[in-house]
Design a protein around this ligand. Sequence first.
Ligand code: SF4
Ligand code: SF4
Length: 70
Amino acid sequence: MQTTKKHFKVIINYNYCKKCGICSWICPVNAIIEEEFGKPVVPDPEKCTGCLQCERMCPDFAISIKQIEQ
Ligand code: SF4
Ligand code: SF4
C-alpha cells in the first residue's frame, strides 16, 4: 500500500501577530523559526506535520494551517 505524505501551508497573519514567540517555541518540528525582531517565519513548510499546535496556541489567532491538496 502506498502512503502519501500530507502537505501543509502555514499561514501567518502579520497584522495580528504580536511576535510573542509561542509558535516557534511550541512547534515540535521547528518548522516555525524566529527571524530578527521575533518575526515568525516558515522557511521550510515541508517540515510541518499539521499538528495544529501553533494554530491552537497563538493568543492572537494569527496562524492558520491549511492542508494542500496534491
Ligand atoms: S504565537 Fe501568534 S502572535 Fe505569537 S509569534 Fe506566533 S503568530 Fe505571532
Ligand atoms: S502545525 Fe504543528 S508542525 Fe506545523 S507549524 Fe504548526 S506547530 Fe509546527
